[in-house]
Design a protein around this ligand. Sequence first.
Ligand SMILES: [Zn+2]
Length: 55
Amino acid sequence: MIDDIDDKNLKLDSEELNNICEECKEEDESVTHNLILTGFKLCKSCRVSKTIFPL
Ligand SMILES: [Zn+2]
């Protein structure tokens, strides 16, 4: 049952969480991390340049 729910979430997320940075259009696993943590679809380097506040 839990696996079934996870699978649905995974399918939903896969469209959003494709690891493509919206800023530089480069693929990086940090994009997903930043999307979850900050709500911004940015890679590590773009997030640093865009974010003033340290997390
Ligand atoms: Zn980027």
